[in-house]
Design a protein around this ligand. Sequence first.
Ligand code: NAD
Length: 239
Amino acid sequence: MFEEITDRIRKSNKIVFVTGAGISQESGIPTFRGKDGLWRKYNVMQLATIDAFYENPQLVWEWYNERRENIFTAKPNPGHKAIAELEKYVNVTVLTQNIDGLHKMAGSSNVCELHGSIIRIKCTVCDFNDEIMHEFEKFPPICKCGNILRPDVVWFGEPLPKDVWQKAIIHASQCDMMIIVGTSLVVSPANTLPIYAKQNNAFLIEVNPEKTILTPDMDFSIRNTSAISLPEFVSTFRK
Ligand code: NAD
């Protein structure tokens, strides 16, 4: 089966990766769900939502700042690097739910960040935004215009940026192979992307140590971590 999959990858005209928190787990960034996921330690629904932010911006900022510091020091792992390397051989697009920037850091050039970036900040009112790692002394930080700043991420209860989502749908609808890595596929609308691919008769592969709700719809499932399995596939192209 391994040879069959690499052969299919080689012959694909357009491969789309849909990635989630699991691909960055081996970079030391906790997932939300699954073993050791953040859900087990915090009630994320009280923190990663637009309502939570306006109710208690200080608490939400403190939680995000801890995550920002962790993510800021994280490095791409062999899974991110394998996807970036695959670009040398085939047409690759990455649609990621992650907010950690590690795909771009690994060298992937065609990345749609569906849920924004945790390092980027923006004002809740004016046009100000910035992508450097600010150190804030007080939370919530305040913009020059006098209003509250926020991380530039998409919270539960918020829509995805329209242009980013439109682009993602087009990529998913046009691919002939979709490789779904490290996502529980429970967050909407990102979890509908495999459906767009299936409508185009794309071959669906899942890379996840655990089963997901879409496992029965996959053409092939790899029950291993992404940092172990993805480099194995890419190494066959170097020969
Ligand atoms: P999730 O936490 O719901 O699911 C993680 C999935 O990854 C699980 O199915 C788990 O079995 C799998 N997994 C765990 N370790 C893995 C590994 N080493 N290799 C491959 N798979 C592994 O994550 P989600 O589906 O991305 O959805 C949650 C939301 O969490 C997204 O909106 C995302 O923005 C946000 N989030 C992002 C980060 C990040 O940027 N790194 C981290 C946590 C949460």
